[in-house]
Structures are given as structure tokens and as C-alpha cells.
Design a protein around this ligand. Structure first.
Ligand SMILES: [Fe+2]
Length: 286
């Protein structure tokens, strides 16, 4: 069966890709952020996942405001990156894991999630930048299953619904017959707002609150409405929905291994969080 090794939450700001392309990782502005990935590199080298399930939001590369699925699951053999105009080099295609994708799709629909299934899907910076941060030599040694959550066009799915989406994915992974190690990734956030009167809004207290509770009490976070999330995290801080799904997809005992939080990266609060997912202790027979 698939074994879920853990989860990583990470920002996906486009300017990170430009900083990587320009070799600015050790510049004073960038070093506090990039150094937060030293632990991630060591952990991934040790754990060596085979497949990454990535929860992220599309930024207009596949879906625009005219048609925007609430949840979309990739089922392609490979995922191409295309130029989005941020000055980021276009990445090489990333291999998919279509057999696992279809297993997840079947289980998600069986659980009542009316997802959109995508046999052709592009990946944007919300996927390629986290991959570049996790494996900075660009030799990404994994297959991916991208799952897109609408964080753009209201009405958005609720925090509780995204947690449940993740839980459905976690149950599906545990029931998968093929032996493989799976990493769960949620990208985006944390607090930020790019437009309107509150442009530049960052809420460190709320970000800390979310990171403190995500491992052990995600249900408390699931109580926040989308309106409250917009107020507390900013209009684009709602990308935390991807982190909620990531947390939900870990059905075991979840513990925090590493955290980095840095303000600002391109007007956002940039966070990195690593969770381990240990199998739950077997109950002794009575
Ligand atoms: Fe984003």
C-alpha cells in the first residue's frame, strides 16, 4: 500500500523563481527564506518519496474566471509548465502518476466530491516553485498528482470542506495497492493581500495561530468561514485552503518537524512547515 511519509506546506510566490534563476539565494533579502529549506533537503534525501500529491491553486494557466472548478485532479502522464509572464524560466515537464490519479479520482467521487478530472493539465508556479525549493538541483526525482483548489473565484470551498477533501485523499492513498512512498504538499499563503485598500496586508499573529494548530487541531481552524479567513489572512491568504487539504491527507499521528516563517517575501508572509505522518499506534486487543 502507499505510505504517506508526511506533508510540507510552502509558499509559492513567483518572485522566488526569479531569485532562483538569478542565483540570489544568499542575498540578505532572500537568505532567511531559502535557509529555511536546508532541513527540507536533508529530510527529503532521507525519506525519498516516490510521488508527491500537490494541493495548489491555478493562477489562470488552466482555469480562468469564466470556468473554474472547485476541485480538479490531474490524471495526466506528464504535466507541462508554460510561461506565465513572471520572468521565471519554464521548467521541464514533470512526470505524472496516472494510475494513482485515477485511484484518487474514483475514491474522491465515491466519497461525494464532484471533482473535475483533467487528463491534460498544465502546472504553474504554484507547483514548480515548491518543487524547485524542495529539490534545488532541478532533478525532481518524483512523480506528481496535482490537485487544484479554487482560491480565486468566490464562492470558495470552506476550510472544513478542504480538510475533508484531504482526508478523502488520505484514505484513498492508504487503500492503494502499490507500494510507494507519498509526500503531501500544500502550497501558497500565508497571509497576504495583493490588491485593494489592504494591499500589503500581513497578519503574523493569525499565521502563527494557524501553524500552531495545523498538526494537532485542524478542526479548530476548520471553524473559520471564508469571510473570516479573508479578513484575517487577506484576499490571497485564502491559499491556506491548500494547507488544510495537505493536513487532512495525513491520517496518522502528525507531528511538526520543522518550521520557518519570514516576512516579507514579495508582500507576503512566507512560511515553510514540515510534518511527519506516523502510523497510529495499534490498539491492543481486549
Ligand atoms: Fe498564489
Amino acid at each position: 500500500m502507499a505510505r504517506i511519509i508526511g506533508g510540507i506546506g510552502t509558499t509559492h510566490v513567483p518572485s522566488i523563481g526569479k531569485a532562483i534563476a538569478d542565483g540570489k539565494q544568499n542575498d540578505p533579502y532572500w537568505k532567511p527564506f531559502f535557509s529555511g529549506f536546508d532541513y527540507v533537503h536533508q529530510w527529503l534525501a532521507r525519506e525519498q518519496p516516490d510521488t508527491v500529491v500537490v494541493f495548489s491553486n491555478d493562477h489562470g494557466l488552466n482555469f480562468f474566471l469564466d470556468k473554474l472548478p472547485t476541485f480538479a485532479v490531474g490524471a495526466a502522464c506528464e504535466y507541462r509548465n508554460e510561461d506565465e509572464g513572471w520572468g521565471i524560466p519554464v521548467s521541464r515537464p514533470v512526470p505524472g502518476d496516472p494510475a494513482l490519479s485515477w485511484h484518487l479520482i474514483n475514491r474522491l467521487v465515491g466519497d461525494g466530491f464532484d471533482i473535475t478530472m483533467c487528463q491534460d493539465m498544465l502546472i504553474d508556479h504554484a507547483v514548480t516553485i515548491p518543487l524547485s525549493l524542495m529539490w534545488p538541483d532541478f532533478n525532481w526525482p518524483v512523480r506528481i498528482v496535482p490537485i487544484s483548489i479554487n482560491t480565486v473565484q468566490h464562492p470558495l470551498p470552506s476550510m472544513a470542506r478542504c480538510l475533508e477533501l484531504g482526508r478523502s485523499v488520505g484514505r484513498a492513498l492508504v487503500s492503494y495497492s502499490e507500494d510507494k512512498k507519498v509526500l503531501i504538499v500544500g502550497t501558497g499563503g500565508l497571509s497576504h493581500q495583493l490588491d485593494g485598500k489592504r494591499a500589503g496586508f500581513i497578519n503574523k499573529a493569525f499565521d502563527t495561530h494557524c501553524m500552531d494548530r495545523l498538526a494537532h487541531d485542524p478542526e479548530a481552524l476548520a471553524q473559520y468561514s471564508i469571510l473570516q479567513l479573508v479578513e484575517l489572512a487577506g484576499a490571497q491568504g485564502v491559499e491556506f485552503l491548500n494547507w488544510m487539504a495537505m493536513r487532512g491527507a495525513m491520517p496518522g499521528e502528525v507531528g511538526e518537524l520543522h518550521r520557518n516563517y519570514h516576512i516579507p517575501i514579495s508582500n507576503t508572509a512566507a512560511a515553510t512547515l514540515v510534518f511527519e505522518n506516523r502510523p497510529r499506534a495499534q490498539r491492543k486487543a481486549a
